[in-house]
Design a protein around this ligand. Structure first.
Ligand SMILES: C[S@@+](CC[C@H](N)C(=O)[O-])C[C@H]1O[C@@H](n2cnc3c(N)ncnc32)[C@H](O)[C@@H]1O
Length: 306
């Protein structure tokens, strides 16, 4: 391979990605920074340098993957979420910025519960129990535990992550370890089917979930980087996308405590259907929150059992 300056490599590579990516320049810069193990500032000051042959080979290899629409996060095995670097591969959904809204609401709710305990409004001698159903990479539960640790929120809590995919749970385990939030108990289960849930009846304070919610008919219309690479079982939510919401709401009645909370991420047009189902099942104080684009994306409700 001939010597090539980084500047020229960027220009050539951006052209190659223009037809498959909406962000060709950004993609090239991320891949180059990853190969060269430098940050963007350093890359900008290296434009006149020549790239070493071994690095060029690795970069070209990544470019071939990107040209086939593989998401950048799977190529570099990394996705930033809530400011933390999560390991990801094709066994887990790539955490989306939209999901940060759920983490924020969950974190705020945990602080409210803690305040109620301190003020004697809630009586409590045992730990708070928080469960993330359909945890995938662990983006939600790992981030919220990390926030609690970093902000030194003084609360005794147990954290659980549940997923049907053993491969996803292995990745979640890796993220728990790398982001130093041990322990989080992982349960391999088809929703609440595992026998482990027998010991969690009437005991959970908060269930949070970003379940698969894409309608069956929509799957084939998704862009190639999603439908050809992300795990189908992380996406498909049944004919109307409501399969998991309905099941989780119904099962939550058994596992949540009185005054426990259920928090969901929803698809663009599902929030009101979820709200209706939650109301039918006895939830009150339901709040729906919008994302930055104005879509209703987060539903939070309280279960009053008696
Ligand atoms: C939309 S992804 C969410 C991943 C992660 N919580 C996030 O927000 O980035 C849904 C997850 O649900 C898991 N899943 C699918 N069917 C399931 C089931 N029946 N029981 C438990 N988990 C399931 C998938 O493996 C996937 O990890």
């Amino acid at each position: 391979m001939q010597n090539i300056k980084i500047r020229n490599l960027i220009i050539e590579s951006v052209k190659e990605l223009e037809c498959i990516s909406p962000t060709p320049r950004l993609d090239v810069e991320i891949l180059l920074c990853h190969v060269l193990k430098i940050d963007k500032i350093k890359l900008m000051t290296s434009y006149e340098s020549y790239i070493e042959e071994k690095d060029l080979k690795e970069f070209k290899n990544y470019m071939e993957k990107r040209k086939k629409s593989m998401p950048i996060a799977y190529i570099i095995n990394k996705k930033e979420f809530m400011g933390y670097d999560f390991y990801v591969d094709e066994n887990v959904l790539i955490p989306r910025p939209d999901t940060e809204l759920i983490v924020e609401k969950l974190y705020n709710k945990i602080k409210v519960v803690k305040k109620d305990i301190s003020n004697g409004i809630t009586n409590r001698h045992n730990n708070l129990k928080i469960l993330d159903m359909c945890t995938g990479s662990g983006a939600i539960i790992v981030s919220v535990k990390k926030l609690i640790q970093e902000n030194e929120v003084d609360i005794n809590a147990e954290f659980y992550g549940v997923d049907l995919s053993k491969e996803a749970l292995n990745i979640c385990k890796k993220n728990i370890k790398e982001l130093c939030v041990e322990p989080i108990e992982l349960i391999n289960s088809d929703l609440f089917a595992s026998s482990k849930f027998e010991e969690l009846i009437d005991s959970l304070d908060i269930i949070v979930s970003n379940p698969p919610y894409i309608e069956d008919d929509i799957i084939n219309t998704l862009k190639s980087d999603v439908k050809d690479y992300e795990p189908m079982m992380a996406l498909v939510g049944g004919q109307d996308g409501m399969r998991f919401y309905n099941a989780i709401i119904e099962d939550s009645l058994k596992y949540l405590k009185n005054n426990g909370y259920l928090i969901f991420e929803s698809g663009h047009n599902q929030a009101r259907k979820i709200e209706k189902k939650m109301l039918e099942c006895g939830y009150t104080d339901i709040n729906i929150y919008k994302d930055l684009q104005g879509f209703e994306r987060c539903i939070l409700g309280k279960l009053v059992k008696i």
